[in-house]
Design a binder for this molecule. Sequence first.
Ligand code: NAG
Ligand code: NAG
Length: 185
Amino acid sequence: MRFLCAIAVVSAFQSYVSALPIFGFGAGNGCLTKHTAYELVKNFIQLTNGDGFNETLANALIAEDVVDTSGSVASIINGGGVGPVPLLGPTLANRTQFISSNAAQARTPYKPLNIYWTCDVVTFRFEITFEPQPVLGITILETTPAPEGNEFPFIITQVYAELNAAAFLIDIGAKVTPPPPPPTK
Ligand SMILES: *[C@@H]1O[C@H](CO)[C@@H](O)[C@H](O)[C@H]1NC(C)=O
Ligand SMILES: *[C@@H]1O[C@H](CO)[C@@H](O)[C@H](O)[C@H]1NC(C)=O
């Protein structure tokens, strides 16, 4: 059982590290690490997949003045039209809107495919496992070190997310009439 023991030690160490203050070892001297970037993506997905929204988590992970910009989400909400949600954003203008929108969100199971990070930005590709058309998308999360005492070392200040809105609309029942093919010369 040495292997299990080692896992227990590693995970105890990881919880210890993630509890360290922002400029400590845990946050990589003020920068995101693989651990904090992956944790951020996992928690962000939990807040946005319409499955058991957690307001405490939202308050610990999302900055009060967050701005969420997504032309594709605006198009989906607008059912393919140009309003009422502006296509150039902001889609959600602050944490209050982020919470009310995501708390009411229909179940949208999705999983990360690749996760990339810099000192303060996390980008991830994702797949929404809808049918008949799977939906790919990309999310960019800008972060800043969290205020002292926050549960997580980084909070999200900007969200930019784009996804295959045509496939998504078809999956939720929209009827799309493709335009006629271009004239041949
Ligand atoms: C909600 O999130 C908070 C903060 O991360 C956590 O402590 C709590 O256990 C979560 N609640 C549920 C029901 O998952
Ligand atoms: C959040 O943004 C909406 C839309 O701009 C605005 O009406 C509302 O007052 C804002 N709420 C807070 C708490 O800033």
